[in-house]
Design a binder for this molecule. Structure first.
Ligand code: DC
Length: 228
């Protein structure tokens, strides 16, 4: 079973995908970690984030390995485990420039398809997943939320990470990301192709329950173990 979760920044898709994967005991394909990994390697090697050609070359030459489990994702680049490093704010800030390069995205999409074939059944989350990468997924979700609610969530996450940011800064950042998303990347899903969930007024537990409700409606219940 292939489940895709798309949605704008701050819609809660990463947390929801992680929790749904854990509950279903399916691998979680963290596509954001792949873009983050390239950003990290670019920073380490001093590759300019403005040099698109160099970023594409770097992506071609870097051996990325993603170990996707239901409750863990480990990322390696050229044999080095960078799972923690890719979460830093510096890397988060650099990743936008990396994810913007279409030729680099094409390489990532090919790699995501290859990973998907290897995993077989999995939950994947991130831009393009239901539309471009796994158009034949069994279940496609799009999580949405009001801009202000998304900004508030981001603000809280950043504050938990010890960042000093204010609401307006986060709001402006999300506005820019929304604007970029709508013009730069592959179109979102066809209308009706996905189940759209507005998470504005839902807690993460409610979002997860809602997703699981839809998923369990289409998958056969696992057989009881034979105890005879
Ligand atoms: O989900 P995340 O925060 O780990 O994503 C990191 C960055 O990568 C963010 O700028 C969005 C981008 N990204 C993307 O362009 N396509 C994906 N499939 C996943 C992430």
């Amino acid at each position: 079973m292939v489940i895709t979760i798309d949605g704008p920044a701050g819609s809660g898709k990463s947390t929801a995908a992680r929790k749904v994967a854990a509950r279903l005991e399916l691998p979680y394909l963290d596509t954001g970690a792949m873009y983050r990994a390239i950003a990290h390697v670019a920073l380490i090697r001093g590759v300019s984030l403005e040099d698109e050609q160099a970023l594409v070359e770097l992506t071609r030459r870097t051996r990325l390995e993603l170990d996707c489990g239901p409750t863990h994702v480990r990322v390696r680049a050229d044999g080095h485990d960078i799972s923690e490093a890719v979460r830093s704010l510096k890397v988060s800030q650099a990743t936008g420039a990396v994810a913007r390069v279409q030729a680099l995205r094409d390489l990532m999409v090919a790699e995501q398809k290859r990973l998907g074939r290897r995993l077989g059944s999995f939950v994947t989350e991130g831009r393009d997943q239901g539309s471009v990468v796994f158009p034949n997924a069994d279940l496609k979700f799009v999580l949405e939320a009001d801009l202000e609610k998304r900004a508030l969530r981001r603000l809280r996450d950043l504050q938990v990470d010890g960042e000093e940011v204010d609401f307006k800064e986060v709001l402006d950042n999300l506005k820019t990301r929304d604007a970029n998303d709508s013009v730069q990347w592959s179109p979102l899903l066809e209308p009706d192709a996905a189940i759209v969930i507005d998470t504005s007024d839902l807690s993460i537990a409610e979002v997860v329950d809602c997703l699981l409700g839809h998923i369990q409606a289409v998958i056969p219940k696992p057989k009881e173990p034979d105890r005879t």
